[in-house]
Design a protein around this ligand. Sequence first.
Ligand code: 13P
Length: 250
Amino acid sequence: MPRKKLIAANWKMYKTPAETREFFRAFLPLVAEHARDEIVVCPPFVSLPAAVEEVRGSRVGIGGQDLFWEKEGAYTGEISAGMLTAVGCTHVIIGHSERRQYFGETDDSVNRKLRCALPAGLIPIVCVGEVLQEREAGLTEEVLRRQCVGAFRTIPGEQAARITIAYEPIWAIGTGMTATPQMATEAHLIIRDEASEQLGRDIARNLRILYGGSVKPENAAGLMAQEEIDGALVGGASLKAESFAAIVRY
Ligand code: 13P
């Protein structure tokens, strides 16, 4: 069975609740006929309830952009897996490179968050990817394998089947520089191979690996045509209803 593609939006720190409602009122009619792929949008925490309300009755799912690994407690500013599911989230992004770069996330914190998101029933979208210097130094494979080993540590097999990976080369995020379909395919094969080592062949075969990094309406079709690319994680181009709908309909 071919893997069903997932087209996901990461809004980052954009859109208030009112702007979120405005987006979905424009976006949903544009994708109403679209049943080929799954669609998920990840707004900022405060806009999650507005997003969940707006997509009710549609095929669009809503996800958080991060979570903390404890159920509750004195962790000022943090949000738990249970809080995300309580407001209607089905997905959560974990270990985005911006979290790793600006907020000290490590492979270990990614693993802790993953071990918390999975039992809560969330579908995690775990981000991995190399910086430009690593690619230029020929270290891409080593970096991707290390990030995967770190993320997948001690994940029970029955839960691992729900993991989704997003390969986001950091040099391609927000820069307009997209990985070529060939480069993305090579990276996805490495990730799938490491998933096979860590989680077993069956899970690896069904593992969805999205590509993220300057995905736009103009390059979506070329990327999505690759058998190894199981969808997209879209930043900037997901903020406008028309451009995200064009990507969804590639
Ligand atoms: P851009 O699509 O803006 O490059 O961002 C990609 C990204 O970081 C998605 O998580």
